[in-house]
Design a protein around this ligand. Structure first.
Ligand SMILES: [Zn+2]
Length: 193
């Protein structure tokens, strides 16, 4: 078996990209390669609903066991991928009004499903344990990112289009191990030729 590239990890039999976004919502949109060339992804890591659940567990969002299996998981996966594409455009600052509305509807559906539950003297928002839970959980996190202070620190990698948080303004690439290294190699080649 050949070793995986250092930016990928084998998780319960599923190959997934290691998180580089510094926010789970940004790592969610980074589950396909090369947003800069729109159209089909050259590499798609959410290849099945199971892979999506495994990814949720990997980044610490939901243990796969807590998610109820949908009867038609390919429809659910399609809804996840459609939300991901819209969310990418919104976060990258290139969404049309229609795309923004479509993303907003998913977030509003998710908000409508929440229940405020008692937790001792505190209270917490909870989503019902049904097949939409992983998508709605991400939608609520996305709404926090879009409406919060971190929104202005979302940057996109000039090489691959992946998104990451850059609160100190020091990051250029999604990862030095991939895009940063490729740029270094290109710069070196330009100097020596
Ligand atoms: Zn990159």
């Amino acid at each position: 078996m050949t070793a995986l590239p250092s930016h990928l990890e084998l998780v319960q039999g599923v190959v997934l990209p290691k998180p580089v976004g510094a926010h789970p919502v940004l790592d969610f949109v980074n589950t396909r390669s090369e947003w800069t060339t729109r159209g089909p992804a050259r590499t798609e890591w959410l290849t099945s609903y199971d892979a999506f659940l495994t990814w949720n567990g990997y980044v610490g969002l939901l243990a796969p066991a807590t998610a109820t299996r949908p009867a038609n998981d390919s429809d659910h996966l399609q809804a996840v991928l459609t939300f991901r594409a819209g969310l990418y455009d919104v976060l990258a600052g290139q969404a049309t009004d229609d795309t923004f509305e479509a993303v907003a509807r998913v977030i509003e559906e998710a908000s409508g499903r929440r229940r405020l539950v008692r937790s001792g003297d505190h209270a917490a928002w909870e989503l019902p344990e049904d097949p939409a839970l992983p998508l709605y959980n991400l939608a609520l996190l996305a709404s926090e990112l879009l409406t919060g202070e971190s929104r202005e620190y979302v940057r996109s990698c000039p090489s691959c289009g992946w998104l990451f948080l850059d609160p100190r303004g020091r990051r250029r690439w999604c990862s030095m191990a991939t895009c940063g290294n490729r740029a270094k190699v290109r710069a070196h080649a330009a100097r020596t030729h």
